[in-house]
Design a protein around this ligand. Structure first.
Ligand code: HEM
Length: 213
């Protein structure tokens, strides 16, 4: 892959991450988000966040499969976009849905396990976003790679969040499980690909572009 190709690859990646934001903003301001626009905003931002998280996990296997280490350059921005959409998702809930009424928010959700899974995912993603800078990477040494492997845990916690949101109760599984099931299949496949048994073809020179997570 040449520098020109990677430039266009990155342009498409940034556009792909920003277009949903523009669509969301336009939909809200022009009243095109249906009868419950705030709930639509919450759901849509959550779906974009989990999609970008999945895309972030996809980068390494894709770079290895295509033997194109430059693809690894997309991983950090994708991870940061994921976190940005998570922030937006939470801000919509706190700012638009609950109008900063934190006591009401706490009483509404404190006994709902899906919120705790979402919160745990957000904390992990926040830690990864903050430490994604070169300054942290140099200082943390081997711990940097270990910390950033938590992205897999974040993906699993987020799947639990998604399943519980659409159902409300994991014990009595039924209802609209199609969407989270698709993400679960994709994420589990990507996790499987990280197992040593499937890692026969490492990407050449990938060490210059990766954190080995
Ligand atoms: C403190 C953190 C979080 C809170 C308080 C939170 C809250 C919520 C709420 C209230 C809903 C239901 C929206 C509705 O049906 O109207 C929801 C749905 C969702 N959230 Fe979160 N969330 C958090 C973190 C996350 C994270 C980290 C992700 C992904 C990386 C995420 C992805 C989703 C998804 C995919 C949905 C389902 C959208 C749908 O129904 O299709 N959430 N979240």
């Amino acid at each position: 892959m040449r520098v020109r190709h990677i430039f266009w690859f990155m342009v498409i990646m940034h556009a792909g991450c920003l277009i949903p934001l523009a669509w969301l903003g336009a939909g809200y301001f022009f009243g095109r988000l249906g009868a419950d626009p705030i709930s639509a905003l919450e759901q849509f931002s959550g779906r974009i966040a989990i999609s970008l998280l999945t895309a972030t996990l996809l980068v390494h296997p894709l770079a290895s499969l295509l033997k194109q280490p430059l693809i690894m350059k997309a991983r950090r921005p994708l991870g940061l976009y994921t976190f940005a959409y998570v922030l937006l998702h939470v801000l919509i809930l706190v700012g638009l849905d609950y109008r900063l009424d934190i006591p009401l928010l706490v009483t509404s959700y404190v006994d709902k396990p899906f919120i705790w899974f979402g919160a745990a995912t957000s904390l992990i993603l926040a830690a990864l976003a903050i430490t994604s800078f070169a300054w942290w990477r140099q200082r943390m040494g081997v711990w940097w790679g270990r910390l950033h492997r938590l992205i897999y845990l974040a993906a699993l916690l987020d799947l639990a969040h998604f399943f519980l949101v659409v159902k409300g109760n994991l014990l009595s599984l039924s209802g609209n499980l199609a969407r989270p099931s698709i993400y679960a299949a994709l994420i589990l496949l990507l996790l499987l690909l990280r197992l040593p048994v499937f890692r026969h073809h490492p990407c050449p020179d990938i060490s210059t572009h990766t954190d080995d997570t």
